[in-house]
Design a protein around this ligand. Structure first.
Ligand SMILES: CC(C)(COP(=O)(O)OP(=O)(O)OC[C@H]1O[C@@H](n2cnc3c(N)ncnc32)[C@H](O)[C@@H]1OP(=O)(O)O)[C@@H](O)C(=O)NCCC(=O)NCCS
Length: 193
């Protein structure tokens, strides 16, 4: 399909914060993540429909749908150490909607939602994707070492379903194929509005 025609696709797509009305998509999103995780060089942890359903119902996710309600993309919020660290995880765009700027729109929306729900949290991400590194950089994330991320065991346990987990284990969690990126919210000075 020609690039201009593909870009027009974006006008037909709405990117929304999820609510219970999107609960019927949990299964499809889980499958989309699973399919994407099998693509070469993609480090993507699997997520069960039940887990995604919790995020969807809690309004802690963003979904992209066509005007005919076909699923095009998704991302959700995870929080660690009592909300001190936040990750925007599970970013996925269906193959037929890639390369038109949809991931950038989804990421901007979930970034804003995360900043609203957790204004003082450190936002971090782990990614093998050059596209995601570009988007994160535009949002103000910077590359960091793995030691700058959350130490919450549950977060690292989430990497177990990634196909590169053996690398993470071998390096004692110091390195993997993913690049770690961190966004620090601006510090508000007392009395300055
Ligand atoms: C990674 C993914 C979400 C990107 O989605 P997308 O909608 O195609 O990305 P966008 O069109 O918004 O592209 C964003 C930027 O990355 C660039 N980009 C897109 N695909 C790229 C690629 N394969 N390699 C390098 N750059 C790429 C775009 O040119 C754009 O850059 P720009 O701002 O300079 O124009 C999608 O390919 C995907 O779902 N992959 C499988 C799952 C995955 O890897 N998820 C990320 C887990 S962290």
């Amino acid at each position: 399909m020609e690039a201009a025609i593909r870009k027009d696709l974006l006008e037909e797509i709405s990117v929304e914060i999820t609510s219970a009305k999107h609960s019927g998509y949990a299964e499809k999103i889980s499958k989309l993540i699973e399919q994407a995780s099998r693509e070469p060089h993609t480090g993507l942890a699997l997520r069960s429909p039940e887990y995604l359903l919790e995020k969807i119902n809690a309004g802690q996710a963003v979904i992209a749908l066509t005007s005919s309600k076909e699923l095009c993309g998704f991302c959700y919020i995870e929080s660690w150490q009592h909300g001190r660290y936040i990750a925007n995880s599970g970013l996925v765009v269906a193959p037929e909607y890639r390369g038109i700027g949809l991931a950038a729109i989804i990421k901007r929306k979930i970034f804003k939602l995360s900043s609203r729900l957790y204004p003082t949290a450190l936002l971090f991400g782990l990614t093998t994707s050059e596209a995601v590194m570009k988007i994160n950089t535009q949002l103000g994330y910077r590359p960091v070492s793995f030691s700058a991320l959350t130490s919450d065991e549950q977060f690292w346990a989430g990497c177990k379903t990634c196909s590169f987990y053996d690398v993470l284990e071998r390096t004692g969690r110091k390195n993997c194929l993913c690049t770690a990126m961190l966004y620090k919210p601006p510090i508000e000075k007392p009395g300055v509005s």
